[in-house]
Design a protein. Sequence first.
Length: 141
Amino acid sequence: MKRLFIFLIFVLASCASHDAVVYKSIDLSEKSITVPIGSRGLKGGIKKALASEGWNLVVDKGPSVTQGSLGEDTNLSNYDTFNSRYRLLVTSAWIDVCLNLSPFISYDVVVIDNSAGAEVFTLSGRGCENDVIDKFMQALK
């Protein structure tokens, strides 16, 4: 039984992987971010970490805008606006439990610059939820 437990610890520890891709740096003078609603799991942990670092968390996007001209050559475009500089997208799935009782998850986290419409960085992989939050905050800085 003890050998099985040690084997399981080794297997879980060796399964963790984190892949961070940084495309551009965060402008820390504009610490506002649109976040998904909810307070559970990875999403909630990241939101709590952002709030503790002084980020303004926004849950609603701005209004949708339609602009252009009507007439013989109608040309309309529709787009969403945001009340924050950045946007956070988070997906995760529970796999197991880590030794520290943190959930072992598969995850994908993306930060988007709303003013440029571009990805700032992505973080994906598998690992203990609390380690993922730490990796996210490191990538943010």
